[in-house]
Write a protein that binds this ligand. Structure first.
Ligand code: 26V
Length: 810
């Protein structure tokens, strides 16, 4: 193993070149000048793995020695993107390696492009989990990720005739993986069969009959902390047939069923479907994770006293998907380790904490009791008992109606959010407004019962990725102005505000943005053939395609601009850039994609408007594409219906890169406004009370708005009067939706206010200096959304962690 100082000091360019030569030779019998990009990538990633190996080992040793409490972040999604550059950055090697490669006539960025995104997540929730992994290691806390090693990541999106097509994302096929298979840490997970309770020494224990046993094999990915951070572990589980059970899986389809367990990531993040395979996945990774935690507790920590478990272990439930952890921990404690129920329940509540990521009713998980009884008979018994005791405990203390509304099992379904709240000591929302809505609306009954459990933890982002890696030019400017300390201490970014009147810095900001826009323009040209002008306003909306996020409001704005330009009403040059995947089964979201693509095609090819407006919908939005788009954005579109976006995180990334936000007062947008001040953001639209008033009074009548507002009418009509070609049925579907009294997202209600906000954008754009000043303020204040800070708050308030001390080794 390399010693610490060796790791840091001795990776000179020469040493790196030697190691590269050696690896290429050992692995492929190639030289640097004959190696392919994939071979170079594999060799460099191997050097990086060697680089963090000693630190990874030392972190593990320190953990067992110091026995500090550890958090296990249970999440059905982790979305790290690519790891080469972030591992290099965190090791402190990025600059050296970039320069060494450049000496050899090689380009690190080109080689890094080879790496497939680790896209084991849909969007915000999975990306947040990855950010938290990075921040835990970087701030010095031992945190472990626990999830699923999906064979196929989130689907690859293609457009064919403007329609979304989904292709498999076979990310494991490529070379140079970061993961390490740890077969010795495998555990067994049981499904189905019958359970009989039998007495054993006065203890009722379950006897299983005819159940299926699956082997969970962990693949560990190192999470390298920044500079002197720790190297933690993201443990992803794969399902295999246990060698000793081979005979019980005689047919191909039997075997296939085991493989299927970890084969696909469900690509829907908005609509709950009670699919059996999903339930299997949830139990699979939860059970495997908890078993390995208890194994570690018993063997490594040498502890059999489970009453102290919460002094050593925190388990975090990321949305409801892992909520079965509560029942599974009860099962392990009561059945396997013979802890009495009350003690076990006490331990479980102290160990577990839960984050809610959405208030959308259609995304709330509820499992059918029959399905669960069949797949997980013992777990269902345990949940039934938890529910029985919950109801009994409240009887006479609160009204029957409250008990009925909050209990876990109702109408033949298991309410997973209720299980998560009842079985844990902390429930948090992901932005101030979201938490407030949980307390006063969505989870009001629970808040009345357990106010002390509720708390807010506004989301954050890894500035390391979104600034240091994605925007090296801006990072350099920060170095030159405020010094380098911001890279490890984001508070220092506030000092950037001191340059508010510094013309030179403001101009540099402008130049950097222009440069990033040129790069993106080149990429857009290569990808789509569309020419875009880097001096135009780059107006960006990147996030999942969803009705509540209202890409449709942006679409209506585009149509209005187009109609103006056709009528010789001038506007500043603008390029609208979308990136968004739709869930494959989400028909309306796919219709929006088709209509936007046809609108783009029409506008981009209309000579009448002299290229003053362009619309670019880039395929396959993912973390890597985000790293290209976000540094080039002038405008950040955050236009969800107020109350619907729990937090949002693209808003934070765009802000950090100097884009100005156009926003409804939803999610974390409110906190962005608080940070930068009203004068440095463009806000608009209905507030939460107005939104709830429409719902309560059923007073939303969009057709009237449409009839009375000729500008709105004209923009909406463009979708059905033949203006936008080749999408009459999809256009009609959008219009029917806009005009329905049941349209929940109130698109037309915000139309006029949105246009006004966009007019203000245009006026500000004309005042270049003011624009740069606003941009500067946004960059400076993005420090507030550093996920290192978010993680400190989780560590203090929820998990009660202490930092690990890593001994320096010579
Ligand atoms: C939900 C569901 C519900 C139906 C079953 C499948 C499934 C899969 C994933 C999800 C997660 C959706 C929740 C989510 O991603 N929420 C987003 O979380 C971000 C991080 O907290 C937050 O910034 C976004 O506002 C919120 O939409």
């Amino acid at each position: 193993y390399l010693a610490e100082h060796e790791r840091k000091m001795q990776l000179t360019k020469e040493e790196f070149k030697n190691r590269l030569k050696r690896k290429l030779n050992d692995y492929y019998e190639e030289d640097i000048d004959t190696a392919s990009t994939s071979e170079l990538f594999a060799a460099i990633s191997a050097i990086v793995r060697d680089g963090y190996a000693p630190q990874w080992r030392r972190t593990r040793i320190a953990e067992t020695k110091q026995k500090e409490k550890q958090v296990y972040y249970f999440s059905i999604e982790f979305l790290p993107g690519t790891l080469l550059k972030s591992n290099l950055l965190n090791l402190g090697w990025l600059k050296t390696v970039r320069e060494a490669l450049s000496d050899l006539g090689l380009d690190l960025d080109k080689i890094a492009e080879y790496e497939p995104d680790m896209a084991l997540g849909n969007g915000g929730l999975g990306r947040l989990a990855a950010a938290f992994m990075d921040s835990l290691a970087s701030t010095g806390y031992t945190g472990n990720g626990n999830g699923i090693r999906y064979k196929y990541g989130l689907f690859k999106q293609k457009f064919v005739n403007g329609y979304q097509r989904e292709l498999p994302n076979d990310w494991l096929k490529k070379e140079g993986h970061w993961e390490v298979r740890r077969e010795s840490k495998s555990v067994l997970v049981r499904f189905g069969g019958k359970v009989n309770m039998v007495e054993d020494n006065g203890w009722l224990i379950p006897q299983y009959e005819g159940e299926r046993v699956v082997r969970a094999v962990p693949y560990d990915v190192a999470v390298v902390g920044y500079q002197d951070g720790l190297t933690n572990t993201l443990r992803l589980w794969d399902a295999e047939i246990p060698p000793e059970e081979e005979l019980n899986y005689p047919t191909i389809s039997d075997r296939r069923r085991v493989e299927d367990l970890t084969s696909i990531l469900y690509p829907d993040d908005s609509n709950y479907e009670g699919r059996l395979l999903r339930l299997k996945q949830e139990y699979f990774f939860v059970s495997a994770g908890l078993q390995s935690i208890l194994d570690y507790y018993i063997t490594k920590l040498g502890n059999k006293n489970f009453a102290q478990l919460s002094d050593y272990v925190a388990v975090h439930i990321n949305d409801t998907h892992p909520a079965m952890a509560i029942a599974e921990l009860m099962r392990l404690l009561v059945d396997e380790h013979r802890v009495d129920w009350d003690t076990a329940w006490n331990i479980t509540q102290k160990v577990m904490s839960y984050t809610n990521h959405t208030i959308m009713a259609e995304a709330m998980e509820k499992w059918d009791v029959n399905m669960m009884s069949e797949l997980l008979p013992r777990i269902m018994q345990i949940i039934t008992e938890i529910d029985r005791r919950y109801c009994e405990g409240l009887k006479g203390r609160v009204s029957d109606a409250v008990i009925d509304r909050t209990r876990i099992i109702k109408n033949g379904q298991v309410q997973m959010a209720h299980l998560a709240i009842i079985g844990s000591h902390s429930v948090n929302g992901v932005a101030a407004l979201h938490t407030q809505l949980l307390e006063t609306e969505v989870l009001k009954d629970f808040y009345n019962l357990y106010p002390e459990r509720f708390n807010n933890k506004t989301n954050g982002i890894t500035l390391r990725r979104w600034l240091q890696i994605a925007n090296p030019e801006l990072s350099d400017l920060l170095d030159q102005t405020i010094g380098k300390e911001w890279r490890s201490d984001s508070n220092k970014m506030l000092n950037f505000e001191k340059y508010y009147h510094d013309t030179k810095v403001l101009n540099q900001l402008h130049e950097i943005k222009l440069d990033n826009k040129k790069k993106l323009a080149k990429f857009v040209k290569e990808q789509t053939g569309i020419e875009i002008d880097p001096t135009a306003i780059f107006d960006v909306q990147v996030k999942r395609m969803h009705a509540y996020k209202r890409q449709t409001l942006k679409l209506l704005h585009i149509l209005k601009l187009y109609q103006d330009l056709k009528a010789r009403i001038d506007h500043p040059k603008r390029v609208i850039i979308f990136g968004a995947k739709a869930a494959p089964s989400y028909v309306f979201a796919k219709q929006i994609i088709k209509v936007i693509n046809e609108t783009a095609n029409m506008i981009n090819n209309d000579p009448d408007i002299h290229g003053k407006l362009k619309v670019v919908f880039l395929e396959n939005y993912n973390v890597s594409l985000a790293e290209k788009i976000i540094p080039a954005a002038d405008i950040s579109e955050q236009i969800s219906t107020t109350t619907k976006e729990a937090s949002g995180t693209s808003n934070m990334k765009l802000m950090a890169n100097g884009a100005l936000t156009v926003a409804t007062m939803d999610g974390a947008n409110i906190e962005i406004k608080d940070a930068v001040g009203e004068e440095n953001i463009f806000t608009f639209g209905l507030n939460k009370d107005q939104v709830y008033k429409y719902y309560a009074e059923k007073s939303y009548h969009p057709r009237k708005m449409y009839e009375e507002d000729p500008v709105m009418k004209k923009a909406v009509d463009a979708l059905i009067d033949g203006t936008v070609p080749n999408c009459s049925s999809e256009g009609q579907a959008l219009v029917n939706n806009f005009l329905s009294d049941n349209e929940q997202f109130l698109v037309l209600a915000d139309f006029e206010a949105y246009l006004k906000a966009q007019e203000k954008v245009e006026q500000t754009w004309a005042q270049k200096r003011i624009w740069q000043q606003m941009s500067l303020v946004n960059i400076a204040h993005s420090e507030r959304f550093d996920s290192d800070k978010t993680i400190e708050r989780y560590a203090q308030d929820i998990w009660h962690l202490k930092k690990l001390k890593i001994e320096k080794v010579d």
